[in-house]
Design a protein around this ligand. Structure first.
Ligand SMILES: Cc1cc2nc3c(=O)[nH]c(=O)nc-3n(C[C@H](O)[C@H](O)[C@H](O)COP(=O)(O)O)c2cc1C
Length: 286
């Protein structure tokens, strides 16, 4: 028997029972009203054509949406282990909460992790610890022919465009780079005055849209490139050959997000969507 037939049979029996109960005792009218609401809901589910689940499983199909609503909570509280959550496990989150609140963040009796599992990684401490270097290690970028080699820190600020981050975030990152002696990558959204204000070392990322060094037609502009590349803060140029996060698609900055400032920084017109093509187009250089 199909769920639809079960519904019709069930509704008919419930209605008959409700009518009988009200006939015997008028106090059962609330029960009868409840049955009527359920039956009407079921008939509505049967007649609507938008949701296959509700059409095939009237009334009970609605529980699916309810379960989907509470699924993340059920999963988090009952299924997930302390260490299995992604991207941050419960264990790690608790540690952050505890430290933020200034309460004890150490657990007695060792670890709950399976340290013998394949792929478990750890670091062994040295029996004879050596003196740490006074200066953090750096990497020389630029060979013997390079006129302005750069001694780069090992950890730097990764590429995040102005526009995806606010002015204050860019200012803070750049000041941090200056204070910590590391470099700040502009991201493909161009080199903004906010990147230069803090005086930190800059890695200027030129992406597939050539933002900040493009002609009105969207081609590579060697003059603009040379102008910005020779700024003292710009210590390295990073050429981003394709869109890693959106392979084959490229990126889009919707027209409504192109403010006068962004239009000036990126050399793009206002009022139009800005496209970052999927890959660098060498023809555009010509
Ligand atoms: C807000 C934001 C903007 C980003 N913009 C760029 C970008 O313009 N160019 C780029 O190559 N990567 C960009 N990324 C990617 C980051 O540089 C980095 O590779 C990525 O976030 C992974 O590092 P994480 O695990 O430390 O976050 C961006 C990431 C974020 C969160």
């Amino acid at each position: 028997m199909t769920p639809r037939k079960i519904f019709w049979l069930g509704s008919a029996s419930l209605c008959a029972a409700a009518v009988y109960l009200v006939y015997r005792n008028v106090q059962f009218v609330w029960l009868a009203l409840f049955v009527a609401v359920i039956v009407l809901l079921g008939i509505y589910d049967l007649l609507q054509t938008k949701h296959a689940i509700r059409r095939n499983f009237p009334v009970v199909g609605r529980f699916r949406y309810l379960f989907e609503l509470v699924r993340p909570e059920l999963h988090q509280y009952f299924v997930e282990s302390n260490s299995s959550g992604r991207p941050f496990s419960r264990e790690l989150r608790s540690l952050v909460y505890q430290r933020a609140k200034g309460v004890t963040d150490t657990l007695p009796f060792g670890t709950e992790k399976d340290v013998y599992a394949i792929g478990y990684e750890w670091m062994n401490h040295s029996l004879q610890a050596i003196e740490p270097p006074h200066e953090p290690p750096r990497v020389q970028v630029g060979g013997p022919d390079c006129k302005q080699p750069y001694s780069a820190a090992v950890l730097n600020v990764s590429a995040m465009s102005y526009g995806s981050l606010s002015k204050n975030a860019i200012l803070a990152l750049n000041k941090g780079a200056k204070a910590g002696g590391f470099a700040h990558n502009t991201g493909e959204g161009g080199l903004s005055p906010h990147h230069l204000e803090g005086g930190g070392d800059i890695i200027w990322q030129v992406g597939t849209g050539y933002f900040g060094c493009r002609t009105a037609e969207g081609k590579f502009d060697p003059g603009l490139f040379a102008e910005k590349a020779s700024l003292a803060n710009v210590r390295m140029i990073e050429i981003k050959l394709s869109q890693g996060a959106k392979p084959g698609h490229g990126g889009i900055l919707p027209a409504r997000k192109v403010t006068a400032e962004i239009s000036q920084i990126r050399n793009v017109p206002m009022g139009k969507d800005v496209l970052s093509p999927p890959v660098w187009c060498t023809r555009a250089l010509g």
